[in-house]
Ligand binder design. Structure first.
Ligand SMILES: Cc1cc2nc3c(=O)[nH]c(=O)nc-3n(C[C@H](O)[C@H](O)[C@H](O)COP(=O)(O)OP(=O)(O)OC[C@H]3O[C@@H](n4cnc5c(N)ncnc54)[C@H](O)[C@@H]3O)c2cc1C
Length: 198
């Protein structure tokens, strides 16, 4: 058996999120950044991915709002670059409490978690950078996983259970890209073939 069921993005869990998915709400700045040239965007998150996206978007969009649930927790390299950007407004200890717009997203409501006060900010898009969840719930307890619920594999895609292999985003492989997932899939298939031939 080869497990290769990928992962899915963590979402805000607020009303209208599905409605604006692909209509201003994105989980991939690499794919959608050009749509927001000279526009106003918000990035949700306070880790390395959020900072990396905010830095990239600050060179494309006119204005970037960074919405951080508590405080920024990222590598020094990203923090240094982020601090140099003049068009990023950071909202610490804040969450998005509502999404507004007709056909496409046009505004968000930012809620201060201390005071509870809410502010509506006009935006053209938001990027969620709040993590990914591996699709591993159904194999929990079957194969070993790390603390992020990724399936642990060795360099030949063996899981902790003989005869079960895993590949791609569902695993603890650091790089989550198409080329690496495809390569790992090929490795898993070869390992599975070798197992069958024993
Ligand atoms: C928006 C976005 C943009 C990206 N852009 C790029 C890019 O430009 N370049 C790049 O290299 N990488 C990119 N990536 C990353 C790349 O898509 C992944 O690294 C790659 O697709 C991982 O391949 P995978 O086969 O492990 O998982 P996936 O491609 O996610 O495939 C997993 C499959 O398993 C299915 N599945 C889930 N649960 C089950 C189950 N229980 N039973 C059966 N099937 C199940 C899913 O429906 C899905 O079809 C992007 C990812 C996203 C989300």
């Amino acid at each position: 058996m080869i497990l290769a069921q990928g992962k899915h993005p963590r979402t805000l869990g607020i009303e209208n999120e599905d409605r604006y998915w692909g209509r201003g709400l994105s989980v991939c700045s690499t794919c959608d950044a050009p749509l927001f040239r000279d526009k106003v965007v918000a990035i949700v998150g306070g880790g390395n991915s959020a900072l990396q996206t905010a830095i990239e978007m600050s060179g494309i969009a006119q204005e970037v709002h960074l919405i951080v649930r508590s405080t920024i927790k990222a590598d020094e390299t990203y923090i240094r670059l982020y601090e140099q950007k003049k068009n990023i407004t950071t909202h610490n200890n804040a969450i998005i409490s509502a999404l507004q717009g007709a056909d496409t997203l046009s505004a968000i409501t930012i809620k201060d978690r201390d005071s509870g006060s809410e502010t509506e900010v006009a935006v053209d898009g938001i990027f969620l950078e709040i993590g990914w969840i591996p699709n591993t719930a159904f194999v929990e307890g079957l194969v070993n996983m790390n603390d992020q619920k990724e399936i642990e594999i060795d360099i030949n895609c063996h899981t902790s259970v003989p005869g079960i292999f895993a590949a791609g985003d569902v695993t603890n492989l650091k790089t989550k890209q198409i080329i690496t997932a495809a390569g790992e899939g090929a490795k898993a298939a070869l390992s599975a073939y070798e197992y069958l031939m024993q």
